[in-house]
Design a binder for this molecule. Structure first.
Ligand SMILES: O=P(O)(O)OC[C@H]1O[C@](O)(COP(=O)(O)O)[C@@H](O)[C@@H]1O
Ligand SMILES: [Mg+2]
Length: 271
């Protein structure tokens, strides 16, 4: 973890929350208004005016409050790569756009602040549900109340979210992961928002989130930081510490981590 002093960390966390809330306010004006949307890669990859305008507003705020930091963002022409040196913000103006454009409340505005590629603060705001998750080094809060990962270890009690699998090419892996969950664990949650899924792991609402493939920084960095801040563990399938450029992501409450990794590796014939 990067060494930054407590006051700086608290300031960055508060900027993250304020900027995410401002983005959320913009997005909410279009929610359930039947405004329509375009598509990027395919029909399961929508983008709306709300995504673009929320990101623009967030960028404005960050440029004013933290001008030295680079900005990485999902939409518009923002930089797409997290810099390995110096400060940066990573923005997903709407994580869960498929839910958003259908009028489903499960979408969030998510921000992470990194130093040298490692997160130091994060916020994920779910305005339509009313939950706000924030994290600094070693602490995660939901609506201002400190939280932690679950303590569940019994396989049949675990609820796990696959957070990948929209792309057809990932469906074989996705089927392996869902079979594992159905055959060995308690239940599956597929929320349509990776950031929300990881915030929920951080606060013990679910027990793990899994992707067997690389995911973009705006879908992952804030959530991975929250899981660690809540006492959980985030690695790749090999068990190495997860980074924004890792080729897979396994985020758990920590207790179950080795068992989940080993079950996944067995089922994926992974070496
Ligand atoms: O399977 P893929 O294509 O990597 O997409 C998975 C990602 O898509 C999402 O469900 C939706 O992301 P956006 O709504 O920001 O486009 C992410 O939360 C999720 O983690
Ligand atoms: Mg998005």
């Amino acid at each position: 973890m990067n060494e930054i002093d407590e006051e700086t960390a608290a300031g960055l966390r508060s900027i993250a929350r304020e900027a995410a809330e401002s983005g959320a306010e913009i997005a909410c004006t279009d929610f359930r208004e039947g405004i329509g949307n375009d598509f990027k890669r395919d029909q399961m990859d929508p983008v709306s005016r709300a995504d673009r305008e929320a990101q623009d507003r967030i960028v404005e705020i960050l440029a004013e409050r933290d001008p030295a930091a680079a900005i990485v963002g999902e939409e518009n022409d923002a930089e797409k790569t997290v810099p390995d040196s110096g400060p940066a913000w990573i923005i997903d103006p709407i994580d869960g756009t498929n839910n958003f454009v259908r009028g489903n409340r499960l979408w969030g505005v998510s921000l992470a602040r990194t130093v040298d590629g490692e997160p130091v603060a994060a916020a994920t705001v779910l305005p339509a549900i009313g939950d706000t998750y924030t994290a600094g080094p070693g602490v995660v809060e939901r609506n201002g109340v400190e939280c932690s990962v679950s303590e569940r270890t019994v396989p049949s009690s675990l609820i796990v979210a696959p957070i990948f699998g929209l792309k057809q090419r990932d469906r074989d892996d996705y089927n392996v992961v869902t079979s594992y969950i159905h055959e060995e664990l308690g239940d599956l949650r597929r929320l349509g928002s990776g950031q929300t899924s990881m915030a929920m792991v951080a606060c013990g609402e679910i027990d793990a989130a899994i992707s067997t493939v690389h995911m973009t920084a705006w879908d992952t960095v804030a959530g991975a930081h929250m899981v660690r801040a809540g006492g959980g563990r985030v690695t790749d399938l090999a068990g190495d510490r997860w980074r924004h450029d890792s080729d897979s992501l396994v985020a758990t409450n920590g207790e179950i981590h080795e068992d989940v990794l080993s079950a996944l590796r067995d089922r994926l014939d992974w070496d």
